[in-house]
Every structure is written in C-alpha cells, then in structure tokens.
Design a binder for this molecule. Structure first.
Ligand SMILES: O=C(O)CCC(=O)C(=O)O
Ligand SMILES: [Mn+2]
Length: 193
C-alpha cells in the first residue's frame, strides 16, 4: 500500500537498511562521493545552495537544473551496488544518483518538484536517507495541503506516477540540529538527443 496515492504516489520504507549498514554507508559515501559546493542563478544573481551536492552516473546521464549543466562523475562500487539493489527492489531502472549532504540543521532544500524535462513526464525517484533524521514536507500545488514525513537513517522514500506534477517537496531548516545527513536520489535521466 502506498503511503500516498492521490495525484501521484509516494511510498516509505523506514528500515530499508539496517542501522549498521546505514552507518557504514554514511561514512563510505561521505568519503567516496564528489561533494562540492554549488551556485545557482536567481534573477541574475549567483546564490550558493545551502548544502553540498554530488552527481554520479552513466556518462550520458547529463542533467540540467537551476540553469546548471551537471556532468556525472563515475559510479563508485558502493553506489553501483546500491543502484542494483534499488532497481531490484523497486522494479525500476536508474542511470544516475544525485547526492545532497546537509552539514547540519542550517542546510536545507526549498520547495521544488523534480520535474526537469530530462526526467520525463512521470519520473520514478528512489530517495535513500542516511544520518540525521530530517523532516520532509510535501505541498499540493492547487489545494496547498501540506503533509510532513520524518526521513530516518536507512529509510527509503519513493516518488512515482504524476507526483512531481501535482506536489512540491522540501527539506526545511531544522533549528538546533548539529548532525549531518546524506540523501541519495536515484533517477533515470533520458539524455537530450
Ligand atoms: O534531501 C532530501 O530528502 C530531498 C532531496 C531532493 O528533493 C532532491 O535532491 O531533489
Ligand atoms: Mn527533489
């Protein structure tokens, strides 16, 4: 049973990874992924996003968002193993993963939908959370209804169907939180021809 099945689907698996495995993955991915700062252009100004990002995937999985072209770094063995496991679990194919590293509760991600043209009309996205628990908010585009979901260490959230057309999501700031979190969203990019 999906957690939400209204104008798109989301599903949540709280203990997708056990604590020990999630701990190990957090530290290995923190070391192995290409974490870097990123700036986006908003109204002609360059603004640094409040988190670090890393983009890994197949060589042709080039991704544009917020006016920035993202060339993927190669898969690491750990990411490739996770990708295969998620593909088998979800019955979906992925060719890339976007990592976000939130150093503490001051790092965040604003309201958005994962609706870039490269993702196609009904993208299926598998989102794995490691480290500090953070709140995930979703907001319906027309009713403005807002729902909250805690994303725990080792949990898997999936978003599919028309979810990205009807809902936005965000990770709000978490005042007082000092621990870091890593989120991985596995995606299938349809390269521009
Ligand atoms: O950190 C999260 O859980 C959300 C990440 C996200 O929405 C994204 O990468 O597009
Ligand atoms: Mn997103």
């Amino acid at each position: 049973m999906p957690l939400l099945n209204r104008n798109g689907e989301i599903d949540y698996h709280e203990a997708f990874l056990g604590t020990d495995e999630a701990d190990r993955l957090f530290f290995s991915l923190q070391a192995a992924m290409d974490w870097h700062e990123e700036s986006i252009r908003v109204a002609g100004h360059s603004i640094r996003v409040p988190r670090r990002v890393a983009w890994h995937g197949d060589p042709d999985a080039v991704y544009h968002y917020s006016g920035v072209r993202h060339e993927p770094r190669p898969w690491t063995p750990g990411l490739l193993a996770l990708k295969s496991r998620l593909e088998a679990f979800c019955g979906q194919r992925f060719n890339s993963v976007l990592g976000n590293r939130y150093a503490d509760g001051q790092d965040a991600m604003g309201w958005h939908a994962d609706n870039e043209p490269e993702l196609g009309p009904e993208p299926f996205i598998a989102s794995l959370s490691l480290g500090a628990e953070r709140r995930f908010d979703i907001r319906h585009n027309t009713t403005r209804e807002v729902l909250h979901l805690p994303l725990t260490h080792g949990s898997l959230l999936t978003m599919g169907g028309s979810f990205q057309s009807h809902w936005q999501h965000r990770i709000p700031k978490a005042p007082g939180l000092t621990a870091p979190r890593i989120n991985l969203t596995f995606r299938l990019i349809h390269p521009k021809t």
